[in-house]
Design a protein around this ligand. Structure first.
Ligand code: G4P
Length: 524
């Protein structure tokens, strides 16, 4: 197969949702259709449940599982599908944001009864920033839920998306009869509790009385609904979906295997092939024959006998080859990988060649940091892998004076993995950890002890937000830094960070220093 054919047959995407909407169930059903797994229940949920907050072993166990399910590749109709898993727990939202940098499209799962939930809003916002093509799957139609039109309105308003339904539900809850597929003009009838593909009836002529014979009174409602759909929503055009302007919507029930195959069949027809990425230097096209890729996730090995980590690299262009030396741009060093790993369903295997769109896992002894670039020699820095301004902060203090080196190393490596961000107070030299979720503090303390033999203690700090600051007006910047000396810190890359202790102080500072830019993501 040619390089071009290899690229064209790849589809790399993520399924995202608010916890419990059905992401894991849908993933599993897609893998079943792809023949990657044989029985339901084989995919373990990668969600760290709220109840696990104080249960370390549970967190570690679940982190272990999530390595296996980080990337799930399978072949379907000669296509190579890569599903990238994202943690469901909101405290790990930043991991999810970063994973979204490595995909070319997403499927958003929404619970028909709950509608748009907060985590969905956050995740879709990130997708919108990059115009990532989105398909919406409204799940759990076997249960009573919101009216379909109401739900579409809610999606448009809360998610700021333009939608167009490609299937339409026929009743819901206990009276759910199935969906009419607007995409392939067929009727799919629902049979509850059947783990098999539903019955499909091609139905181009909705006026036909046969429809009344099959679905009874619901036929009139369906005709009226579809008439309204036609009047209100735009006709689906693949280009509008690919440019992120319009989102096709499907209805179904992942648990009952209903609507999933249609979703998959439509997905493989419309979803984008691997797309290029921007670097600070230039645009990289996937068809370029020279290899380039970036690290979007690092996973530590939980086995204390093996201290290595796996860096997940998205191949952007060219072919990644085993045992070939590549240039690590940040370290300005050549590195070779003898065991690059690909992920098929839940199996890992060593591979010789990896193509654009694929994810390759590289065993790493500490060379990689999130956002790092590998090339064949060119100096490139991929954009769009920012750190976000953290929301929770603590001072971190060494609790064992004999282990200060271990603590420094542990903090350095854990923050390279993206578990948290580390700041150093400019006036005090004290280390401050910033995270997006409370769980991370506990994970860090546990991992420092178990992986680095270091103990740390946290101390309270009153902080509202951090902002990276820059300015062309040097005098104003110097004045700000002098006056706010006790609220200044440096990040790991030595950049200036303002530690705002309240929304008020942040607002006043922004007003008083108009020539200073306050940035809330690390990419500016
Ligand atoms: P998540 O990954 O988005 O967090 O959701 P997950 O798939 O784990 O699904 C959350 C719950 O919703 C699960 O039930 C799952 O069985 C159920 N579910 C998923 N799809 C459907 C559907 O189409 N209809 C109905 N009625 N339920 C659905 P659970 O009781 O929390 O877990 P489990 O014990 O069934 O695994």
């Amino acid at each position: 197969m040619s390089f071009q054919q290899e690229i064209n047959r790849r589809r790399t995407f993520a399924i995202v949702s608010h916890p419990d909407a059905g992401k894991t169930t849908l993933t599993e059903k897609l893998l079943l259709f792809g023949g990657a797994i044989q029985v339901a229940g084989a995919v373990k949920s990668n969600k760290i449940k709220k109840t696990a907050t104080s249960d370390w072993m549970e967190i570690e166990r679940q982190r272990g599982i999530s390595v296996a399910t980080s990337v799930m590749g399978f072949e379907y109709n000669d296509l190579m599908i890569n599903i990238l898993d994202t943690p469901g727990h909101q405290d790990f939202a930043e991991d999810t944001f970063r994973t979204l940098t490595a995909v070319d499209s997403v499927i958003v799962v929404i619970d028909v009864a709950k509608g748009v939930e907060p985590q969905t809003e956050k995740l879709v916002k990130v997708c919108r920033m990059r115009n990532t093509p989105i398909i919406v799957f409204i799940n759990k139609l076997d249960r009573p839920g919101k009216d379909a039109f109401e739900l579409l309105d809610e999606i448009e308003q809360k998610l700021d998306l333009r939608v167009t339904p490609l299937s339409w539900p026929i009743n819901m809850g206990p009276k759910f009869k199935g969906v009419y597929s607007i995409y392939d003009r067929s009727l799919y009838l629902f049979e509850p509790n059947k783990q098999r593909v539903e019955q499909r009836i091609l139905f181009k002529e909705l006026a036909s009385s046969e429809l009344d014979t099959i679905i009874g009174d619901d036929a009139t409602i369906l005709r009226d609904d579809l008439h309204l759909v036609e009047g209100v929503y735009p006709v689906f055009a693949k280009e509008d979906y690919l440019s992120g302007e319009i989102c096709p919507v499907f209805f179904g029930s992942a648990l009952n295997n209903f609507g999933v195959k249609e979703l998959l069949d439509c997905f493989i027809e419309i979803a984008p092939t691997p797309i290029g990425r921007e670097t600070e230097e230039r645009h990289i096209d996937p068809n370029e024959e020279v290899f380039s890729g970036f690290v979007f996730k690092i996973h530590a090995n939980m086995d204390p006998n093996h201290r290595d980590r796996i860096a997940f690299v998205r191949v952007v262009s060219g072919v990644f080859e085993r045992n070939k030396p590549y240039h690590h741009v940040r370290l300005n060093r050549k590195l070779k990988f003898s065991n690059p790993t690909a992920f098929m369903a839940q199996k890992k295997s060593v591979v010789d060649e990896v193509f654009p769109g694929d994810i390759v896992g590289l065993y790493d002894a500490g060379n990689f940091k999130i956002g790092d670039t590998l090339t064949e020699g060119e100096i490139l820095h991929f954009k769009g892998i920012p750190s976000f301004s953290p929301e929770l902060f603590r001072y971190v203090e060494n609790a064992d004076p004999l282990k200060s080196k271990q603590l420094a190393k542990g903090l350095d490596q854990l923050t390279d993995e993206g578990v948290a961000q580390l700041f150093t107070g400019s006036a005090t030299g004290r280390k401050i950890i910033g995270t997006v979720g409370a769980l991370q503090f506990e994970v860090i303390q546990y991992r420092l002890l178990h992986e680095y033999g270091a103990s740390c203690r946290y101390e309270h700090i009153t902080l509202h937000k951090t902002a990276w600051i820059t300015s062309n007006n040097k005098a104003m910047l110097d004045d700000f830094k002098m006056r706010k000396a006790s609220y200044m810190a440096l990040d790991k890359d030595g950049r200036d960070v303002f530690l705002a202790d309240s929304p008020y102080s942040l607002q006043i500072s922004m007003e008083k220093y108009p020539d200073i830019k306050f940035h809330f993501t690390s990419e500016f």
